[in-house]
Design a protein around this ligand. Structure first.
Ligand code: MF3
Ligand code: CO
Ligand code: CO
Length: 262
């Protein structure tokens, strides 16, 4: 397994791409309202990335993916395809996953949004899933192992009676969208890859309200849903390993604990 170590110049270019991805999420939030279609959200993000940011939406044509963002509603776990038929309604939850390429480097991040008034059980799932991401991030430092991160995420999810999706994982990222290592969201402390300064990867736990099992839509080849039809949530950040810990490259302004102005 060869995990790339970013040079200071490459890390600076990752910061730029990642900040742009975070800014797309900040921009799109107000548009997530009852009555909007996921196709419209895709169009707004696409136009912003291409025309304002002068960047490239990485999902478009990636292994044949037909749109510029992923929109995963309710029981959809990940890789939901924006569609004019999917009209958001009050009480839905949606993950919007943004990956941009700028100056050859990728920035990848996703967030959950409540449509209209949040339902209590959905709000709890969304909150606990974000806590899973943050607990994973806080373990990142040189010498930590990937199994430590997977373990803390799995423990927090399962102690809240939720389950962790196993078929999809976080990933190294840089010039390549998905590179080594694979970052599992379950695991055993003290096992797996040992982290080193300059590694950059995503953490992106998918947490189900019911059982962990998922199914792939064979008609569109992309949409992954829970087998039991219950809700799923996901949050994603791109994180760099620093000399003494971590830097959340895709932090949004609202994430005051992680956000670095500059
Ligand atoms: N952004 C997703 C991830 O977090 C990958 C989307 S691939 C696509 O890794 F083709 F579905 F866009
Ligand atoms: Co990712
Ligand atoms: Co993503």
């Amino acid at each position: 397994m060869t995990v790339s170590i970013k040079t200071p110049d490459e890390l600076e270019r990752m910061r730029v791409a990642c900040r742009l991805a975070a800014e797309v999420l900040e921009m799109i939030g107000p548009y997530v309202q009852p009555g909007v279609t996921t196709e419209e959200l895709d169009r707004i993000c696409h136009d912003y990335i291409v025309n304002v940011q002068k960047a490239i939406p990485a999902p478009l044509n990636y292994h044949g993916f037909p749109k510029s963002i992923c929109t995963s509603v309710n029981d959809v776990v990940c890789h939901g395809i924006p569609s004019e038929k999917r009209v958001l309604k009050d009480g839905d939850i949606i993950n919007i996953d943004i990956t941009v390429i700028k100056d050859e480097f990728h920035g990848d991040t996703s967030a959950m949004f409540h449509v209209g008034k949040p339902l209590p059980h959905a709000e709890r799932l969304v909150r606990v899933t974000q806590e899973c991401l943050y607990k994973g991030i806080e373990l990142v430092r040189p010498g930590a192992r990937l199994g430590d991160i997977g373990h803390v995420i799995q423990t927090h999810a399962e102690s809240n009676y939720y389950s962790v999706v196993r078929e999809y994982c976080g990933h190294g990222i840089g010039r390549v969208f998905h590179e080594e290592p694979q970052v599992l969201h379950y695991g055993t402390p003290g096992t797996g890859l040992e982290l080193r300064e300059g590694m950059v990867f995503t953490i992106e736990p998918m947490i189900n309200a019911g059982k962990r099992h998922v199914k792939l839509n064979r008609k569109d080849g992309w949409t992954v849903s829970t087998k039991d039809g219950r809700l799923s949530a996901q949050w994603e950040h791109t994180v760099a390993v620093t000399a003494d810990g971590y830097e959340v490259l895709t932090a949004r302004k609202e994430e005051t604990a992680y956000y670095r102005a500059s």
